[in-house]
Design a protein around this ligand. Structure first.
Ligand SMILES: [Fe+2]
Ligand SMILES: [Fe+2]
Length: 214
């Protein structure tokens, strides 16, 4: 049986991967065409990454999952140290990324436009590579060990916590406060990059009329 915690972590990783990969595709497409991206949508995407994966997903891993795994086994201590420092590093990295995006937006049409575009593309690529690797390590090293060593009581507590604050990009209806943000993101992204379930959930709630990126 797959524990809800494991399923939720994998689903949230998939949503974050799809979002991050879509940003890279979007930037490559605009570079190819020599056009500027929709900066409002890019800001919304980075804001989402900061609000959900950075503040909720990583916090639940660092504060709940990792300590329980450490308490049952010392086998992954080195890996968990690295993953925890990744979580801290990610909080800083998103700030730099937002600054580089602003630089591209504010200076993109000026004399330094090409440099600012390159700077943001490079920062974004580094961030995406960093997080894809981070999630891969969690899925291949931490989750299998957790499934081996955690007790039924451990899982009951973890499942209760992980079932709260669900990421709307994994197909769960967003809170009213977040609905405009997700509508903005989902109108640009679409099913082909793996966010179909989130779109369907919002469409079922009568809240979206999405369009695809050309
Ligand atoms: Fe993590
Ligand atoms: Fe994670």
């Amino acid at each position: 049986m797959t524990h809800p915690t494991v399923r939720i972590i994998r689903d949230e990783h998939s949503a974050l991967s799809a979002m991050l990969r879509s940003i890279i595709l979007l930037l490559a497409e605009h570079r190819r065409r020599g056009t500027l991206p929709d900066f409002g949508v890019l800001r919304a995407m980075l804001f989402y990454v900061d609000e959900f994966p950075e503040r909720l997903h990583h916090t639940k891993e660092s504060e709940l999952l990792f300590p329980r795994v450490r308490a049952r086994s010392a086998e992954a201590n080195g890996v968990l140290d690295r993953l925890e420092s990744d979580h801290l590093r990610g909080e800083h990295a998103i700030r730099y990324l937002e600054h580089d995006l602003l630089g591209f937006e504010m200076m993109g049409e000026g004399a330094d436009g090409a440099i600012r575009r390159e700077q943001f593309e490079r920062s974004m690529k580094q961030y995406v590579d960093f997080y894809l690797d981070h999630m891969r390590v969690e899925e291949t090293e931490v989750l299998p060990l957790a499934e081996k060593v955690l007790t039924a009581d451990d899982w009951a507590e973890l499942d209760a916590a992980f079932l709260k604050n669900r990421d709307p990009l994994t197909g769960h209806e967003p809170d009213d406060a977040y609905r405009p943000l997700f509508k903005k993101i989902l109108m640009t992204l679409a099913a082909p990059i793996g966010l179909g379930r989130a779109l369907e959930a919002m469409a079922a709630a009568g809240s979206t009329e999405h369009t695809h990126v050309a």
